[in-house]
Design a protein around this ligand. Structure first.
Ligand SMILES: [Zn+2]
Length: 303
């Protein structure tokens, strides 16, 4: 006897998938950058296939007993009319074995599989819609151009030469330093930022909107890639310089001096935590006021 109080594993997987996608859309941006949602969908499709194969292998289930249960007889005191029973049961009356098995044993698992795929397709569509209506992709071409020009101007000041910032997802540049947030060729004249970072910079520069840690990270990333373009190849050094330059970039894009300093100080504090997994990213102990990497010895606050 099947235990009806517990949902099937497939149902649990689908509930979990919907919850995860909802959290991915509405939740903290950290989840978005940490969790590749397409991989989640790939796993979900894999599980649906596994459930289908499992169901087909298990063969036809026993049809549920459609005769009135004792509890119904107690409640209603009579058996329902034969006509109300499933027609298939009547057709199969001559053959006792046929009555026991479902008429189309493979249909329900296939139907459940198609339903599962339909749900996944609907969630993919939902994410695509949300992505195209919010974020960098929701801005039109001229706005993209205006924003990129602004970012390029800021990066050029740091690089000490004319450089271009592109907002793009392409990350496969040979010989380039690759990060999760941006790409730059050391000593080159162009860098690529992810659309997420570009959008955070756009919101600050054009909409006066700040989301504390995201805005701070975007400023640090822009400055970091700019220092690579200037010729700094060492990650820790580029990051230390970037957090110092980030104060100026932040101020120029609309932050107050105090806010920009606090943001970069927090980025520096978080650097140690973030760097735990990627040692080359950790800034050196010289990244302090009066240290070897201090760009402005005359200033006493750092960064
Ligand atoms: Zn770097």
């Amino acid at each position: 006897m099947e235990d009806l109080t517990w949902p099937r594993p497939a149902t649990l997987v689908r509930i979990g998938l919907v919850a995860l996608v909802a959290l991915w859309i509405l939740g903290p941006s950290m989840l978005r950058s940490a969790l590749p949602i397409w991989l989640v969908f790939l796993v979900a499709v894999g599980l649906e296939v596994q459930f289908l194969v499992g169901a087909l292998r298990a063969g036809p289930r026993q049809a549920p007993d459609r005769r009135p249960q004792q509890v119904d007889l107690d409640r209603y005191g009579f058996e329902p009319d034969e006509d109300e029973l499933d027609e298939d049961d009547l057709d199969d009356d001559q053959d006792e074995l046929e009555v026991a098995a479902e008429p189309h044993p493979f249909l329900p698992p296939v139907r459940r599989f198609v339903l599962g795929l339909g749900l996944i397709a609907a969630l993919v569509l939902a994410i695509w819609l949300v992505d195209s209506r919010t974020g960098w992709d929701s801005l039109d071409g001229p706005t993209h151009g205006k924003a990129a020009a602004r970012f390029s101007a800021e990066a050029s000041r740091i690089a000490g030469k004319e450089v271009s910032i592109y907002c793009d997802e392409s990350r496969d540049y040979v010989g380039a330093v690759q990060h999760a947030d941006g790409v730059a060729i050391v000593g080159g004249d162009r860098a690529y930022l992810t659309p997420e970072r570009c959008f955070d910079l756009y919101r600050l520069a054009f909409e006066d909107e700040v989301t504390w840690s995201r805005t701070a990270r975007a400023l640090a990333v822009l400055a970091h890639e700019a220092w690579h373009l200037r010729g700094v190849g060492d990650e820790g050094t580029a990051e230390c310089y970037a957090l110092q330059s980030g104060v100026e970039v932040g101020r120029r894009l609309g932050l107050s001096q105090g806010t920009a300093e606090r943001m970069m100080r927090q980025q520096l504090a978080e650097n140690a935590l973030r760097g735990a997994g990627t040692a080359e990213y950790v800034v050196s102990p010289e990244c302090r006021d009066g240290g070897r990497l201090d760009l402005d010895a005359s200033r006493t606050s750092f960064p």
